[in-house]
Design a protein. Structure first.
Length: 71
């Protein structure tokens, strides 16, 4: 469930019906992207520049804590 942003533990805790729904949705998005002539990514991924996210108020100063690296 990497593409949905879930960790292994979150995915493990989901009920089977939700897992099935997410997987069907992922397959549908991938096939739609391939039909549009793309590489299998959804249309939304192409309009995800930092400038567009800042204008929409969706930018973050830092990423999620579970993805930050402490070095």
């Amino acid at each position: 469930m990497y593409y949905c942003g879930f960790t292994y533990r979150e995915t493990y805790a989901l009920p089977v019906a939700y897992k099935r729904w997410f997987m069907e949705r992922l397959v549908r998005e991938m096939t739609r992207g391939q039909e549009d002539g793309g590489s299998g990514t959804s249309r939304g991924a192409h309009h995800n520049s930092p400038e567009a996210r800042a204008l929409q108020g969706m930018s973050r100063a830092e990423g999620p804590s579970r993805l930050r690296r402490f070095t």
